[in-house]
Design a protein around this ligand. Structure first.
Ligand code: CAA
Ligand code: NAD
Length: 291
């Protein structure tokens, strides 16, 4: 079965990008949100990104038709509209109980041979699969931020995932313009298992006053050739999302020294400083640009 019709749940930072790259890959896409305002904001982001990609393509003398891509995307507030999707990708808030409740509901709505995927950064795919009523047709499809530009997708298989479903998920990732890697259902999969403890360690370094936030970022950019330092990257990902990832791991693996919650991160989130999305995190942001 080829994946032609895709449902994306959540039109936030990740969901809008996943919807867009799926449409760029030729799929018909339905994006589902909880409120019209959030849906409109997500669709607006898609419009802006498509306009930017069209501008870039023109500069390079390439053809890119943003209107044709946009015509393949529609929004909805009703999960029932996802009933005949070949694939549903979930990209809602990083809260395991909320995600499980959603998949339990979707299991009753979406056609039985439809594939389910979660874009979770850190939670066990197997726990969401278990409540979905289709554990054999469930994978992790972990895209990276910003989805339109980052070339990787992690395809996460559980002990129960059907091999044919893994193959279809990889093919979908390729259609979205990504290079898929396959991995097991372990905390943080490949990238976040390495990246999130590194981000947390940078915060602990700053907390101790060993170096300033700005100097740590400069150090990692110039010393390692990373495009962003750990603080700018945390702002980019969202401080709330980063905190949720670490909280989940600390709860699940309390004795693992690799997972700890920096006080600095907790304090910033408590003050509503969530990073780029709220305009203020470790840095100040105006739209998508760091001030
Ligand atoms: N759609 C279309 N175009 C976009 C875009 C989008 N969403 N975002 C940026 N662009 C455009 C910009 O407008 C810009 O265009 P111009 O050249 O015309 O100005 C161009 O792409 C390059 O963007 P930037 O100017 O911002 O410059 P950059 O060269 O620094 O590239 C970046 C941006 C690709 C984000 C780069 O900084 C980078 O790779 N950063 C690291 C990102 C990263 O590590 N992501 C992973 C996070 S972890 C994760 O996602 C997993 C998790 O579960 C938490
Ligand atoms: P976000 O807060 O930007 O967006 C989440 C969206 O989901 C919101 O618009 C919200 O209204 C919507 N939503 C919440 N519950 C819903 C429901 N029941 N039905 C429909 N919509 C619902 O979050 P995000 O940064 O896009 O993260 C989404 C997921 O992707 C999380 O699991 C996160 O861990 C993961 N992820 C995030 C990043 C990142 O860099 N931010 C990278 C990779 C993966």
């Amino acid at each position: 079965m080829a994946i032609r019709k895709v449902g994306v749940i959540g039109a936030g930072l990740m969901g809008h990008g996943i919807a867009q790259v799926a449409a760029q890959g030729g799929c018909e896409v339905i994006v589902c949100e909880t409120q019209q305002g959030f849906l409109d904001k997500g669709l607006e982001r898609i419009d802006k990104s498509l306009a930017k990609l069209a501008e870039k393509a023109k500069e390079k003398g390439q053809t890119f038709d943003p209107a044709a891509v946009r015509a393949r995307i529609r929004g909805t507030l009703a999960k029932a509209d996802l009933a005949d999707c070949d694939l549903v990708v979930e990209a809602i808030v990083e809260d395991l109980e909320v995600k499980k409740a959603l998949f339990a509901e979707l299991g009753k709505i979406v056609k039985k041979d439809g594939i389910f995927a979660s874009n979770t950064s850190s939670f066990p795919i197997s726990e969401m699969a278990a409540v979905s009523g289709r554990a054999d047709r469930f994978v992790g499809l972990h895209f990276f931020n910003p989805v339109q530009l980052m070339k990787l997708v992690e395809v996460v298989r559980t002990d129960k995932t059907n091999e044919d479903v893994v193959a279809q998920a990889r093919a979908f990732g390729e259609a979205c313009g990504k290079s898929p890697i396959t991995c097991k259902d372990t905390p943080g999969f490949v990238v976040n298992r390495l990246l999130v403890p590194y981000m947390a360690e940078a915060m602990k370094l700053a907390e101790r006053g060993d170096a300033s936030i700005q100097d740590i970022d400069v150090a990692m950019k110039l010393g390692c050739g990373y495009p962003m330092g750990p603080f700018e990257l945390t702002d980019y990902v969202g401080l709330d999302t980063t905190l949720s990832i670490l909280q989940g791991w600390v709860k699940r693996y309390p004795n693992d020294p690799a997972f700890g919650i920096p006080k600095l991160l907790e304090a910033q989130v408590k003050e509503g400083k969530l990073g780029r999305k709220s305009g203020q995190g470790f840095y100040t942001w105006q739209g998508d640009k760091r001030v």
